[in-house]
Design a protein around this ligand. Structure first.
Ligand code: BGC
Length: 713
């Protein structure tokens, strides 16, 4: 018999349920009981995994309790949210999505896994793959943005990066794709609220990123906190069993979100913890994170015949199998015992990677009069605003064990890059308050400067979990500061720190240049300086449509065609009467210091059949004054189908480096199978007919080149 089956045979029901119980360690803000109590529960075999734990000594200490002092010696699964770095912090996921670069995404996950595993962590609750179309929702910062194709690439790259070639390697972490369902679709962008999404939209928009992560071998899935049309995801048997297990073929472990099983009482679908445990377990949740419902409820539920022992065994098997795949039975201490953590070389490499990731995350939104890049021989710069030196805001909302003191602020980065330039730093107003008394001092510094760097945005706490906003503009007195600075009539570069796009049309109109710098991580200041002074030519592109006004949200480029398509100035068309329907900046937008033209776009396969490929070609010319990287987006539009199809659907992205005045010929190949959509019967359907295919540098319809092909079946 397989070793795991021997072990399973030897386990009591309580020990089995213990494997399905995850408890927060002493580092948690919330969590059951004191450290001593946790220790005793580990010894008793009532805890199979811990979260919020890292650090060699602590990890070894708790692991010893499980291995040496529990009856069966089953090692603990030690988990922590390694979202965008552990010690060296990379840009937040939304920021990193701007890179449109799977190699980079994989590398940063791998580097984070290396650091975290060296401190004993074995599983991370990442990647977060929630499609987010509503900037009010604070967790947009943690995810891939609005597009399903993009989120699929991120799901694959991150899973591979965290998990490495083999989960048993000491540097690999098990990844958890989260939050399964449609968490990003919560009503009005309000955190933890209900979502009501059609099954078609779930299958077409929200779930494919999870399917991609599953195909890449992701070890775990976490259902979302929210309900969908009244069915909390934690108790959603249809989505967790029929869709996740059957349709998507997921064989790994399903881990509830923090206290989510217990919160079934608040949802009003369970009377008590016992009922909550039964609902969640029978729906397909294997591990209960911190609500104590499984440990208290499941033994009674088995006794009363509400839960089958066979199902318990299957869940325990999945958990033990994961521990085995992680190599924990062979060597429970393999993570946390390597000596390379402090090796300077590794640290330097990770910081260099963080700098590159941050450079690629920055999006040049506007650049009037080609103000950027700045000349290296500037004599006097003023750095104004609450985010000039705010290292907390640079690190972002899931900074794990990142150190603020090892974070390069914008001020420090610019100072190092321009040592001979006189730099004045004045905050002016803080990020949140209405106090305008510091503005005069800021203006005095601005008057002396040749160029003003105005660092505005949101604090780290204003995005992330439980940070939804009804007003997605600049908070506090920052607008007053900006208006006063603009009134001086000097060149102003606005540097925007945020976890979401901020609706501020007035700002884009008045600033000379605007850089979206999101939350860039440990190397924020260096990366900003690299872009400002043109050491790096910007390559970042928006993974979201940037709204003009909060009332436009949810906003996304791949909307279905309507009966009355948007036409500016046409009353009975799909418009607003008080603002444009188009975003401030389209999905994919991002300027560069080069200027690219796309020429001679042609579809080389006017007629395609099943199993064929659609092939297009295009020429990219760099008309700018410096070499640079162009980003090309390939979209399709299915002109007539049995269902209204999106006006544009992203099918691929290509990046190409083009020398100054040079040209590159590019081709793009799309499998006919990728034209399938979730049809009237909710299965993947390929329908014959004409398709338009486009290439552009963003989803802005104005800049798209078009051709077409026919699919014959
Ligand atoms: C979040 C999850 C996270 C978990 C554990 C929850 O509040 O929703 O994304 O992984 O906490 O920290």
């Amino acid at each position: 018999m397989d070793q795991l089956e021997v072990l399973l045979d030897a386990m009591t029901l309580e020990e089995k349920v213990g494997q399905l119980n995850m408890v927060a360690s002493f580092r948690a803000v919330t969590g059951p009981g004191a450290l001593q109590e946790v220790d005793d529960l580990i010894r008793a075999g009532h805890i199979g995994s811990l979260l919020n734990i890292w650090g060699r000594e602590e990890v070894a200490r708790v692991q010893r309790l499980a291995v040496d002092e529990s009856r069966l010696g089953i090692p603990l699964l030690l988990c922590h949210d390694i979202i965008h770095g552990h010690r060296v912090i990379f840009p937040t996921p939304l920021a990193e999505a701007c890179a449109f670069n799977p190699v980079l995404w994989q590398k940063t996950a791998q580097a984070a896994a290396q650091e975290a595993s060296e401190e004993g962590v074995a599983l991370t609750f990442a990647p977060m793959l929630d499609i987010a179309r509503d900037a009010r929702w604070g967790r947009m910062v943690e995810g891939p943005g609005e597009d399903t194709w993009l989120a699929r690439q991120i799901g694959v790259a991150k899973t591979r990066g965290f998990q490495g070639e083999d989960l048993s390697f000491a540097t690999s972490l098990a990844a958890t794709a989260k939050h399964f369902g449609a968490y990003g679709a919560v009503t009005a962008g309000r955190e933890y609220a209900s979502a009501d999404v059609s099954e078609r939209t779930l299958l077409e928009i929200y779930l494919p990123p999870f399917a991609a992560a599953i195909a890449a071998g992701v070890a775990a899935i976490m259902p979302a906190f929210n309900d969908i049309a009244g069915q909390p995801m934690t108790a959603n048997r249809y989505l967790l069993k029929d869709i996740l297990r059957q349709r998507l073929g997921f064989e790994g472990v399903v881990i509830s979100d923090f206290n989510a099983v217990g919160e079934l009482l608040n949802h009003g679908v369970a009377h008590d913890l016992l009922e909550a445990a039964v609902l969640a377990f029978n729906a397909g949740v294997d591990i209960d994170m911190t609500s104590n419902a499984f440990i208290e409820g499941l033994p009674i539920a088995v006794d009363r015949g509400l839960v089958s022992l066979n199902d318990i065994d299957n869940s325990v098997r999945r958990v033990l199998r994961l521990k085995e795949r992680l190599g924990l039975f062979k060597d429970p201490y393999r993570r946390g015992s390597s000596v390379s953590y402090n090796a300077q070389k590794g640290k330097d490499q990770r910081r260099a990677l963080a700098r590159e990731a941050a450079q690629r995350a920055i999006v040049l939104l506007t650049n009037k009069d080609q103000l950027l890049p700045l000349a290296p021989d500037l004599i006097c710069l003023a750095m104004i605003g609450p985010f000039v030196d705010d290292v907390g805001a640079m690190l972002g909302s899931w900074a794990s064990a990142g150190h603020e003191e090892q974070t390069v602020s914008f001020f420090e980065g610019v100072r190092k890059a321009a040592p001979n330039c006189h730099l004045d730093l004045v905050i002016g107003v803080d990020g949140l308050s209405q106090d305008v008394s510091g503005i005069e001092l800021a203006l005095a510094a601005c008057r002396k400067a040749e160029v003003i760097l105005l660092c505005l945005g949101e604090t780290a706490e204003m995005s992330g979990e439980a940070a939804s906003r009804a007003d997605i503009g600049l908070p506090g007195a920052q607008r007053a500061l900006a208006e006063a600075v603009f009134a001086l009539g000097k060149p102003v570069v606005v540097v925007l720190t945020s976890g979401r796009p901020l609706a501020a049309p007035w700002l884009f109109e008045r600033a000379t240049a605007v850089l979206a710098t999101w939350q860039l991580g440990s190397e924020a200041g260096h990366a900003l300086a690299d872009i400002l002074f043109g050491v790096i030519n910007p390559t970042g592109r928006l993974p979201i449509s940037w709204p003009r006004a909060v009332g436009q949200t949810p906003i996304f480029y791949n909307q279905r065609a309507t009966g009355r398509p948007t036409q500016i100035g046409v009353h009975y068309s799909s418009c607003y009467i008080d603002t444009l329907a188009s975003p401030q900046f389209p999905f994919g937008h991002g300027l560069s210091y080069s200027a690219f033209s796309l020429l001679d776009f042609a579809c080389l396969t006017p007629l395609v059949k099943h199993n064929d490929n659609v092939e297009v070609s295009v020429r990219v010319r760099n008309d700018g004054a410096r070499p640079g990287e162009a980003t090309l987006f390939f979209f399709i539009h299915d002109l007539v189908a049995s269902l209204a199809r999106p006006v544009l659907e992203l099918k691929g992205v290509k990046k190409v480096f083009v020398g100054q005045g040079a040209e590159e010929q590019l081709s793009f190949v799309l499998a006919v199978e990728d034209l399938a959509f979730v049809g009237p019967e909710l299965d993947l359907t390929l329908e014959a007919g004409r398709f338009e295919i486009y290439v552009g540098q963003s989803a802005d319809p104005v800049g798209l080149l078009k051709d077409s092909f026919d699919l014959v079946l």
